[in-house]
Design a protein around this ligand. Sequence first.
Ligand code: NAP
Length: 293
Amino acid sequence: MTAKLIDGKAIAAQIYEEIQAAVAELKEKHGITPGLATVLVGENPASQSYVRSKQKTCTKVGFYSIGEDLPEDASQEEVEGLVERLNADPTIHGILVQLPLPRHLDEEKVLSMISLEKDVDGFHPINIGRLTMKGRKPLFVPCTPAGCIELLVRSGVEIEGKEAVVLGRSNIVGLPVSMLLLHRNATVTICHSRTQDLPATCRRADILIAAVGRPEMVKADWVKPGAAVIDVGINRVEDPTAKRGYRLVGDVDFDEVNEVAGHLTPVPGGVGPMTIAMLMWNTLAGAKHAAGL
Ligand code: NAP
């Protein structure tokens, strides 16, 4: 038996259809077009490509978007000034500061300056604080963790009462996804680089989320038969037969784990497409919130 493939591209496409329909209704009934501003500082090629694809997706779903590009040597004051201007712009419902920022900038300060109502990346300390507390609702949830949950829910994987293991405790994936699983009443174990006996801990999981950034680390004998496995990892491994000299693999050994798991996400085509879909979802929510809907 092989695992049921969780097709992130297809699920993201379904979400885009839902967003397009909601945007059409917002425009028609309330005269509102959701607006997203991206802020890119410097010329990191990966960041440039992420920002481009976010803007392209905005056009696809019918959003207004603006791209603010600042030079690599932009000062803290310039970046903060830009965020303040976007905070005050009523046509903008979401502000995305592409990370990482150049080293000389205070990333935490920039993120905390984004208006809570426009924090579509969900990294404002107050949104993260609410996410980690019981019974408090953040305005926005970070996109990749939200995408992981959406993949599980839309694939019919039950979360409540299940044993969930999250491999990784980063601020952008491991920690927030653990909180989301907990709020959905899973029993959650968070693993990290000091965890002893990772294979045995992971084997307890009905739901295993891998977000470590280690190519193909999770092997078949780390996985409980029938478990749902979500692979967040995006790792480049050398491959002389590939056109670019490398290929992308996840944190899970797909071929091995495919023989044991009940559900499994591929890399690429699993969590990746969901991150931008959830950013669009958050921007739509921001526009509705601004209109008091
Ligand atoms: P990160 O900040 O580097 O965090 C990695 C986490 O894994 C840390 O908590 C670390 O533990 C733990 N870890 C590292 N090596 C380990 C080991 N050998 N054994 C046990 N734990 C170990 O990474 P991240 O930003 O969360 O990203 C994780 C992966 O997801 C990366 O491949 C990244 O490219 C990918 N990613 C994908 C998307 C997407 O859209 N699909 C979005 C974001 C990230 P310590 O805390 O103890 O150091």
